[in-house]
Design a protein around this ligand. Structure first.
Ligand code: 9WN
Length: 466
């Protein structure tokens, strides 16, 4: 624990450490014991950033567990299923993602199911499934989440460098590169150099208004919700979660991708949801910069990563920035339309150090406006507070999330906005101190919502305090 912490912050530190210990399974950390009993991809990245301060060995192990489930084509699945958890404990579980063909996994014994590079996505940079060593297949979903893992790996190394940490980086580096390569090639559906997500779950901001227009155009498979039973709204109040209509579309899109063998070739004409998300792509750019630092340690070429980050930054500005709203908006690859809603993923390019001054100033102005109100004592909400459909309870349609605020805090510091960054940090810590380590928070009365004892809230609290 850092020496300078006062009594209240020391208690906050201890509370966060206890939660991360309770959510540790022996090989990985679950986001929440009650709601998310498996390993999630971008959660693992954020969690490793917190564990870097208290348990670097566990942080490395967490990332290894995830990357052991990497597919041969480089994709890192958004969920790695724990075979010790029953199918009833989370939906959609491994059976859903497998469909008729048997389990979906990265290793052997996958029941003949074609995995990552099925039917035409060439395995460009990765010649062997990661880390399976003949062990059992790692069951996984077939979609991805934002790549925050290079940032995690670099943070763990920086906090505790040394021979063993450098070995961990050497193990991870080619896998992180393969992950980026997959996103840069197979997922460049729009052809301009930005990655498209094939499902709202891939953004990590599942029911954000960012996806409303694109989702509205998805023809829902009839009866899909009668064939499958949700579990999330048995654990958390329905009004705090995505709606049934959202879920019908989520399942329809996932089934379309699954039944196409998780192939990415020719997605354009056949897949119902293809969107370039500013948050996802900004994190891809940030990952390249972290890889540049890692490359220096492992003796690889950092220049190539810096060049990729610069190119992603340029493309974000050219394709997704709207001078009228002063922020970034997702682009629907199918229609060529940018979604007009002002959502917090449209502020995340702030984490890119080479973002031009015009865009930085513009994002800061939006952050300070009534829409996001960063200078108030409350952290940034997930959606424009002044929008008619702003919903303070419903998940990514209003509530405050700590991972997003943590990213904004970093972005503001990157651009010298020290005071505003300090405001975000203080507000986030106040929130957790007052309400607990919740999954998300009511942006008015600060009440904790969703799952209590949530891992990334605990982990990022540690990083804010360190
Ligand atoms: C679907 C685990 C995940 C987060 C996502 C969050 C939520 C899952 C769900 O939980 O998504 O992936 O069942 O709602 O939206 O960001 O990674 O914490």
């Amino acid at each position: 624990m850092p020496d300078q912490l006062g009594e209240a912050d020391a208690a906050l530190w201890r509370g966060a450490t206890t939660i991360l210990a309770a959510n540790w399974t022996g090989t990985h950390t679950v986001p929440s014991r009650t709601l998310y009993p498996h390993q999630w991809s971008w959660d693992a990245g954020f969690i490793s950033i917190g564990l870097a301060h208290t348990a670097p060995d566990r942080a490395w192990r967490d990332l290894r567990s995830l990357f052991e489930a990497q597919w041969p084509d480089g994709r890192v699945p958004h969920i790695v299923f724990d075979p010790g958890v029953t199918e009833r404990d989370y939906f959609p579980g491994p059976t859903f993602w497998a469909g008729e063909g048997g389990p979906v996994g990265s290793g052997r014994g996958n029941g003949g199911r074609p995995n990552g590079n099925a039917g035409g996505t060439p395995d460009r940079t990765f010649s062997a499934p990661a880390g399976t060593n003949g062990g059992p297949a790692r069951l996984s979903s077939g979609i991805v989440q934002p790549p925050v893992h290079a940032l995690g790996a670099w943070t763990i190394y920086r906090r505790a460098p040394g021979h063993a940490a450098a070995e961990e980086l050497r193990w991870l580096y080619p896998r992180l590169v393969a992950q980026q390569e997959y996103l840069a090639t197979a997922r460049d559906v729009g052809g301009a150099g930005l990655s498209a997500i094939v499902h709202p779950w891939e953004s990590g901001l599942d029911n954000s208004p960012s996806w409303d227009e694109a989702l509205a155009a998805v023809p829902v498979t009839p009866d899909v919700l009668r064939r499958y039973a949700r579990r999330d709204n048995q654990v958390v109040a329905s009004k705090h979660r995505p709606t049934d209509e959202d879920y019908a579309r989520y399942l329809t899109i996932a089934l379309s991708y699954r039944d196409g063998g998780y192939r990415d070739a020719d997605l354009g004409p056949r897949h119902p949801f293809l969107v370039e998300c500013p948050g996802f792509n900004a994190l891809r750019g940030a990952a390249e910069l972290a890889l540049a630092r890692i490359a220096e340690v492992v003796g690889a070429d950092p220049a190539v990563h810096r060049a990729r980050a610069a190119s992603i930054t340029r493309l974000l500005v050219d394709r997704l920035f709207d001078p009228e709203t002063g922020m970034f908006h997702p682009l629907d690859v199918r229609t060529g339309r940018r979604n007009p809603a002002r959502c917090v993923n449209g502020l995340l390019p702030l984490i890119l150090p080479e973002l031009p001054a015009v865009q930085v100033a513009s994002l800061v102005a939006v952050l300070e406006s009534d829409r996001f109100g960063v200078s108030a004592r409350m952290p940034v909400p997930s959606y424009d507070r002044t929008a008619a459909d702003f919903d303070p309870f419903r998940y990514w349609r209003g509530p405050v999330w700590s991972n997003i605020n943590w990213l904004l805090w970093r972005g503001l510091r990157t651009h010298g906005q020290v005071e505003l960054a300090g405001t975000v940090r203080a507000a986030l810590l106040d929130l957790v101190r007052g309400s607990g380590y919740y999954e998300y928070f009511h942006p008015g009365n600060a009440a904790g919502i969703g799952s209590p004892a949530f891992s990334w809230t605990a982990a990022l609290t540690l990083d804010l305090l360190a």
